[in-house]
Design a protein around this ligand. Structure first.
Ligand SMILES: [Zn+2]
Length: 204
């Protein structure tokens, strides 16, 4: 021990070498740390706000919505990612099978020509050609824009047996379907306005 101490005291080269080793080790730790944080920021999705999500939906034009032919890719998001994108009312309806109040909703009395997209993922769901006044207080359609745009699921909540309608792309709850609709299908797709995003037909 004493000898070592002497060595450190008198051998400048040795001391410098020890210093270099420590210095290099410190640099190594810093570089690894920087790499790790760079990897983390690459892997972690940047936070998406409700505004960003609205911007994403606003970029989908009538022509784009009309040209959608099939649901090829599922949209899967964590609960936290849904909460970032949706308002609390939209989240309650789309992700928690909620129902909005009748009459006092955005699209009940809305009859402009265009397409109604899924508020969750932007998939085309209904065309205004199939919208009609069901006098139920909710926007109603007699058919989805494509058969594979929606999926049906048995719903036994509230002591009733109903058929729930979900978006086939992101599995968000949209509303229910009933068999008291008009011709040609006899169906009434009773939807929540908050689950939809309307895209007007472009001027020709
Ligand atoms: Zn969707």
């Amino acid at each position: 021990m004493f000898n070592t101490f002497i060595l450190f005291q008198h051998d400048n080269n040795h001391i410098n070498y020890r210093y270099m080793v420590h210095h290099r080790a410190l640099l190594f730790v810093i570089i690894i740390g920087l790499n790790a944080s760079a990897c983390n920021s690459q892997n972690r999705n940047p936070a998406v706000t409700q505004y960003d999500h609205e911007q994403f939906l606003n970029k989908i034009t009538y022509t784009i919505a009309m040209s959608e032919t099939a649901n090829n890719e599922k949209v899967v998001r964590t609960d936290a990612e849904w909460k970032e994108r949706l308002s609390s009312e939209e989240y309650r309806i789309l992700r928690n099978h909620g129902t909005e109040l009748p009459w006092a909703n955005k699209y009940n009395s809305h009859y402009e020509e265009g397409i109604y997209l899924c508020k969750g993922c932007g998939q085309s769901l209904f065309h205004s050609d199939t919208k009609y006044n069901s006098r139920s207080g909710w926007p109603s359609y007699w058919a989805p824009i494509r058969e594979d745009a929606v999926i049906e699921k048995e719903d036994r909540s509230f002591f009733m047996v109903r058929t729930e309608i979900l978006c086939s792309k992101c599995d968000s709850h949209l509303g229910h379907v009933f068999d008291d609709g008009p011709e040609p299908t006899g169906l009434r797709y009773c939807m929540n306005s908050a689950a939809l995003h309307f895209v007007p037909k472009e001027e020709e």
